[in-house]
Design a protein around this ligand. Structure first.
Ligand code: CDP
Ligand code: CDP
Length: 204
């Protein structure tokens, strides 16, 4: 079976948490595509050219823990406006999505550009304040030196860059189901996403 669940949405909306839970529930593979852009961004922080970094990404660049800082997030959103960087990462993502077995991919352009024919398309969102508050708690729990204002600034700056860029801007795809998690706990958000996946599987 080839079956793709495509999930887009702004920073810290709950995409990753929902994706992991849905993938575990249905036995699907999961790709956090934000990590690809974060890995490229991190390499530019050590002086590398972004396009060369994107063309030569290695598994060891993908260490999720070191890529979770707001500094790397900002670098990721700056390289993500470059069409050559996006092009260099496209084939890997499409191949992951259409390999045998189900796949969940989350990011900004999965429903709109990478997998417009995905069996399930979701746009996960929440108010900027709720998202920044969740991300602040997450980062401070992990021992990062962050302030609520600094995290809100990161979220707002990246949202603006992601929404306003020319190449693959962040927006709900036609036909995507919108899940606003502002007033949902994580279990309710996962259940809403899983219900859409189950309905699409039942319709096969
Ligand atoms: O992947 P994305 O940046 O969209 O968000 P995430 O990393 O899945 O979620 C950001 C934080 O919000 C995590 O700590 C989640 O546990 C939390 N969260 C939540 O508390 N309630 C939700 N409905 C969704 C996420
Ligand atoms: O976890 P969070 O939602 O905060 O960010 P992320 O998903 O790790 O993405 C980091 C940055 O990479 C985003 O702000 C986007 O600029 C970029 N990105 C993108 O352009 N396209 C994607 N498919 C995924 C991420």
């Amino acid at each position: 079976m080839i079956f793709t669940v495509a999930i887009d949405g702004p920073a810290a909306a709950g995409k990753g948490t929902i994706s992991k839970a849905v993938a575990a529930r249905f036995g699907f593979r999961h790709l956090d595509t934000g990590l690809l852009y974060r890995a490229v961004g991190a390499r530019t922080l050590s002086g590398e050219d972004p396009v060369e970094a994107a063309l030569s990404l290695r598994p060891e660049d993908m260490d999720a823990d070191t890529l979770r800082t707001t500094e790397v997030a900002q670098a990721a959103s700056r390289v993500a406006v470059l069409s050559e960087v996006r092009a260099a990462l496209t084939e890997f993502q499409r191949h992951f999505a259409r390999a045998e077995g189900g796949a969940v991919l989350d990011g900004r352009d999965i429903c709109t550009v990478i997998c417009p024919d995905a069996e399930v398309k979701l746009y996960v969102t929440a108010s900027a304040e709720v998202r920044a508050d969740r991300r602040y708690r997450e980062l401070s729990d992990k021992g990062h030196d962050v302030t609520p204002g600094g995290v809100l600034e990161d979220v707002l700056a990246r949202d603006a860059r992601d929404i306003n860029r020319v190449e693959a801007p962040l927006k709900p795809a036609p036909g995507a189901t919108i899940i606003d998690t502002s007033e949902m706990d994580i279990n309710a958000a996962v259940d809403a996403a899983a219900a859409r996946v189950q309905a699409a599987l039942d319709a096969l």
